[in-house]
Design a protein around this ligand. Structure first.
Ligand code: SF4
Ligand code: SF4
Ligand SMILES: [Zn+2]
Length: 272
């Protein structure tokens, strides 16, 4: 397996994953989306809510605020020795007390933990008129995105096959396919079709070029062929804010490694 980053920032990353099967690429995507843990608010005590929102809607909005997470410093509540009652090893308490007129923002949440904080301060929660109040105490803990999307650390996590564009000897360089390519990556080189330098990855595999070639009356097969590298994938990952993208990728790979180790052990026992 090989990973080459074309861009790597805290909030977004693009990379090429190669020398793996499509099953592995999809497993990594699913691990990053559904298995990497992140903090989110789950239990809310409402002491006062005279805003225009029902308690349930207010609570739902609080649950969707991304919270910065360090998975190495906490244990999942479901695996904690407190048996799910909540303790400092698995749970963080956040409070909020705001009186209008104002817009209540995610930054109004006060966390008892210096690290587990709202990823953004300017996420609006509810508008308060004069004398309206929101006073709450919330408990947040780590879970997997497979339980609820609010625990997923990603907003975008997907891949596409690496494109492979070839042509055969029937190409006469007429350029019809160049005109229809929505990504503008094709060009006639000499008297045959080719791909401009450094832009092959932009190909969306839409095959409009093949259609244009067919429409030129070339026969039953186009002279340009859009294929895919079966063991090379272009990934895009965008973080919701709980973890940096590099942390999401690292923990996604660790999840796969740990589970394949467990499977290996189980198979060894069966064979043994
Ligand atoms: S498949 Fe689509 S994006 Fe790719 S080269 Fe052909 S027309 Fe362009
Ligand atoms: S691939 Fe087809 S449409 Fe494109 S330049 Fe060659 S002959 Fe023309
Ligand atoms: Zn606990």
């Amino acid at each position: 397996m090989k990973i080459e980053f074309s861009s790597l920032e805290e909030s977004a990353a693009s990379f090429i994953l190669s020398d793996v099967s499509i099953a592995f690429a999809n497993a990594l995507r699913r691990a990053m989306t559904s298995e990497v843990m992140a903090f989110a608010i789950e239990d809310v005590k409402i002491y006062d809510n005279t805003s225009a929102l029902f308690d349930e809607i207010l609570t739902h909005r609080l649950g969707l605020i991304p919270l910065v997470t360090d998975p190495d410093n906490f244990v999942p509540r479901s695996q904690c020795s407190c048996d799910g009652t909540g303790c400092p090893r698995c749970t963080v308490t956040l409070t909020m007390s705001v009186e209008g007129p104002c817009v209540v923002m995610s930054g109004d949440l006060v966390s008892q933990d210096a690290f587990v904080q709202p990823a953004e301060d300017k996420i609006p929660i509810v508008k308060l008129e004069k004398s309206q109040k929101v006073v709450i105490e919330a408990q947040a803990y780590m879970e997997r995105g497979i339980e609820h999307a609010k625990w997923s650390p990603v907003t975008v996590c997907g891949y596409k096959n690496y494109p492979a564009i070839t042509h055969d000897e029937r190409c006469d360089g007429c350029g019809l396919c160049v005109e229809v390519c929505p990504k503008d990556i094709l060009q006639v080189k000499g008297s045959v079709i080719g791909v401009k330098d450094g832009v092959l990855e932009l190909c969306s595999l839409c095959r409009l070029c093949e259609l244009a070639c067919l429409n030129s009356g070339i026969g039953n097969e186009p002279a340009i062929h859009i294929g895919m590298d079966e063991r090379k994938f272009l990934f895009t990952v965008e973080s919701a804010g709980a973890l940096p993208t590099v942390g999401i990728i690292k923990h996604g790979l660790l999840f796969l490694k740990n589970h394949s180790d467990e499977l290996h052990e189980a198979l060894s026992e069966i064979r043994g």
